[in-house]
Design a protein. Structure first.
Length: 340
């Protein structure tokens, strides 16, 4: 069976334990409850603001709802797959669309293309976006320039390092590349005082930090490494916490064949006809400003809400979205932080 996957050999660190330590299995996510009764397909992006929730769906629609999910209206249909949302200070809703690139939705409901390429390379998989407080820049990710939306498994198996962290300038309309050679660049969020931006590298099980200001400006380092799962989106609560959604736990087959490109190419072929061996486990982490784990949220079993691909803190609640689920869920923040 033909495949465009060209696996690159690498050596992942040994996966941390899920039996003991900071990532020990638990059932804390059993405390989640559905947001509203209406079924929606793949509420991946979540933007919480002014007692409203905005999300993007599998069919390209962007929905606006009350926080309890009872009042819903359609804001737009991108014709692609909205994966990341951010609000510009001027009111524009900025959209990272896995198919269409970086877009904006104005107050009249008109979609405006912002950026589809940088450095002569088209985006293959625009994934997430964050906007600085001044509204000058949008920081966003291109997960893979070789594999488009829906081919994330191929990109992760290949491990070719074709992901990028990018910055769009609203004043000039130009896009610059901040980091390249990222392993499936996924979720993006800005840190305190916009001093740095974090980007998830799903295929490398880590979060990379790019410094925007201060003595380290223009350099990057690792914020947290060797995560127990595949990091998807992440978000900053504006104060002292980051939340990281883990799509699934690490896979022993994927890690064990990391140094064997031929075997991984066979796996890529097999996955064209066989279901991916992804464990059904809801998984999310809370991190402090130093990258230390302060919350470990999990749930296993057929009824667990998974895969979790987005986590957002708002008021007394923690909201969760999923690329594949049929609804959103939330749980009390105090339960998530172990204060109940």
């Amino acid at each position: 069976m033909p495949t465009k996957v060209r696996p690159v050999a690498w050596s992942p660190p040994s996966a941390p334990s899920l039996h003991s330590g900071p990532f020990a299995a638990n059932q804390l996510l059993n405390a989640v409850r559905p947001v509203g009764a209406l079924e929606i397909d793949g509420p991946e992006a979540l933007l919480l603001e002014e007692d409203a929730l905005i999300t993007g769906l599998h069919d390209g629609r962007i929905l606006h709802s009350s926080l309890d999910g009872k009042i819903i209206k359609v804001l737009a249909d991108t014709g692609g797959r909205p994966l990341g949302l951010a609000r510009h200070p001027n009111g524009l809703l900025v959209i990272a669309d896995g198919v269409k690139g970086l877009l904006a939705l104005d107050a009249l409901g008109q979609l405006i293309p912002l950026s589809t390429s940088a450095g002569g390379v088209d985006y293959g998989f625009t994934d997430d976006v964050a906007i600085d407080q001044s509204g000058h820049y949008a920081y966003f990710s291109d997960a893979s320039s070789r594999f488009g939306y829906g081919s994330d498994g191929d990109a992760i198996i290949e491990h070719g390092g074709d992901g990028r962290l990018l910055r769009y300038d609203f004043q000039t309309g130009k896009t610059e590349q901040l980091l390249d050679k990222l392993e499936f660049a996924n979720g993006v969020t800005l840190g305190p005082e916009d001093s740095y931006v974090l980007v998830n590298e799903t295929g490398a099980y880590r979060i990379t930090r790019y410094w925007i200001s201060g003595p380290k400006a223009g350099t990057s380092d690792v914020f947290i490494d060797n995560l127990p799962g595949l990091p998807d989106n992440l978000a900053f609560n504006g104060g002292t916490r980051f939340w990281v959604a883990l799509y699934a736990p690490r896979n022993a087959l994927l890690d064990g064949t990391a140094g064997h490109p031929f075997v991984r190419k066979m796996i890529a072929r097999a996955l064209k006809v066989l279901p991916a061996p992804v464990e059904k486990r809801g998984f999310a982490l809370g991190l402090d400003l130093e990258g230390k784990v302060i919350a470990n949220l999990q749930a296993t079993g057929s009824e667990s809400y998974s895969p979790i691909t987005t986590v957002r803190e708002y008021g007394e609640w923690l909201y969760f979205g999923s690329l594949k689920a049929r609804h959103m869920v939330r749980m009390p923040l105090e339960v998530a932080l172990g204060k109940n």
